[in-house]
Ligand binder design. Structure first.
Ligand code: FAD
Length: 434
């Protein structure tokens, strides 16, 4: 940490407390807090976001949990083991073999908050002690009947009320596919004419989402609407925009998600901003790179249409960082939710904030990572005063299995991520001497 004074726009180091490098590092560091203002002299505390500070990153984890995480990430690092393990798990579940205990003590405990909302609440309280908030994510997937969709609504209403009764759960997240037939969303997206049944079903979807958003607004909780496959995204966008137009008039309640791995999403973000200005509401923009790349490319190839995905990772990174900056430059009308495990993107955002007079603790900027991943980013940013929230899925082990499978897959297929997690865990295990 540095303490410096700013005098007539010149920065002079006052105390060098810790940190890497010298004045050079200082000049290119984000300044986190402006502490005092005395006759034109600002006393500024600079804390470098050291994403490799493992003491801060893992202080909420016991020795046993750390060792478990090390074992888990090492196993996930092997694509063969992961692929065989995933197939065997699916088979075992379908044959009703007693494997839930093993899943619970490995993947589930690493990536989920608990089997019930109350258990998730306890996990939220633990990370809350270190300034990290929670996004309650009812992780049950694969429900496919009108009855399932109807039953999901009270479950989310309960989650909102539960979140409102606590201190550090400002968000819940929803997936529109938890409330609507996938085929209906696909049909609307394609522009096909809806019959009377479709129209009635779509009206029910609207009512379900409206009920959740109005309850959230009444309880001062924010709703993140996840993005899913590109071929159902149009109705998801339209519905979410309609909710924002109602509930984001004076403050942000609803966020739409923009997947910047699609080459049209940066333009769409800008369009969404314009629409919010014209219709006089605030835009909640959750920015992610996107989780369905292989599936998107495979479908496009199979059906013979141009892939919606960017040509390469560099293009996704470029659009992602541009989208973050676009939002940070318009915080009067936008709240941005930076959902990423990419250290570079998080650091760039933090660095952009200071010279542009955006305080680290503004409620218009949130950083977020998934529970069980990239704790080095979450806990170090939180310790620097930024708003950080973890996606915390909960639900019965069997029902959150698709989510766990995606995490397992992601930690195998995302180059470098597993290695990064492992090396940080190993560093902390060594530091603790366990
Ligand atoms: C809090 C949070 C919420 C999320 N919510 C959603 C959601 O609602 N919907 C959703 O789809 N995803 C969601 N995700 C997942 C997210 O989209 C990414 O898959 C994941 O976070 C990895 O991207 P990254 O920014 O963390 O970092 P990185 O590891 O730097 O990026 C990996 C990502 O880059 C992109 N990419 C990789 N290779 C290429 C390539 N060759 N060409 C083009 N692009 C490439 C892919 O999107 C890949 O997932 C969420 C993630 C977080 C942390």
């Amino acid at each position: 940490m540095f303490l410096i004074v700013e005098f007539k726009n010149y920065l002079c180091p006052l105390i060098f407390l810790s940190g890497k490098g010298g004045f050079f590092t200082l000049c290119f560091s984000p300044v986190f807090q402006i502490h005092n203002l005395v006759d034109g002299i600002k006393i500024i505390k600079i804390m470098l976001p050291e994403f490799d500070n493992t003491e801060i990153a893992f202080r909420y984890r016991s020795n046993k949990e750390l060792k478990r995480a090390q074992f888990l990430f090492s196993s996930l690092g092997s694509p063969t083991l992961t692929s065989v393990g995933m197939k065997m798990t699916k088979l075992a579940i379908s044959w009703n073999l007693p494997v839930q205990g093993i899943i619970k003590s490995t993947l589930f405990d690493q990536f989920c908050g608990g089997e019930t909302m109350e258990e998730a609440g306890k996990t939220a309280a633990i990370i809350g002690k270190y300034g990290v908030s929670t996004i309650l994510d009812y992780g049950v997937e694969g429900k496919e009947t009108e009855g399932d969709f109807d039953r999901a609504v009270p479950e989310f209403v309960k989650a909102i009320k539960f979140a409102a009764s606590g201190k550090n759960i400002p968000f819940i997240s929803i997936k529109i596919t938890g409330f609507a037939y996938f085929a209906l969303l696909e049909k609307i997206h394609s522009g096909a004419t809806l019959n009377e049944n479709d129209k009635a079903a779509w009206k029910r979807v609207y009512d379900r989402i409206d009920h959740i958003c109005s309850t959230a607004a009444a309880n001062n909780i924010m709703v993140l609407v996840d993005a899913e496959e590109s071929w159902i995204q149009k109705p998801v966008d339209d519905l979410t925009n309609a909710m924002m137009a109602i509930y984001n008039k004076n403050r942000i309640v609803v966020f739409n998600t923009f997947q910047l791995y699609c080459h049209d999403r940066l333009v769409y973000l800008k369009k969404s901003y314009e629409e919010a200005r014209i219709k006089n509401y605030q835009l909640g923009a959750k920015l992610v790179r996107g989780a369905y790349m292989e599936k998107e490319r495979a479908r496009a190839a199979e059906k013979g249409y141009p892939s919606p995905i960017q040509p390469d990772k560099q293009s996704t990174d470029r659009d992602y960082d541009e989208a973050v900056q676009f939002c940070l430059e318009r915080l009067d009308c936008v709240a941005v939710f930076i959902g990423s495990h990419n250290e570079n993107s998080c650091l760039k955002a933090a660095k952009f904030m200071l010279p542009n007079n955006i305080p680290s603790d503004t409620s218009r900027v949130w950083f977020s990572q998934l529970y069980g991943m990239s704790d080095n980013i979450s806990f170090n940013l939180a310790s620097g005063g930024y708003h950080v929230a973890k996606y915390l899925p909960y639900g019965p082990v069997k029902d959150v299995l698709p989510y766990l499978m995606r995490r397992a897959q992601e930690n195998t297929s995302v180059a470098g991520q597993t290695g990064r997690e492992l090396s940080l865990i190993a560093k902390e295990i060594k530091r603790r001497g366990i």
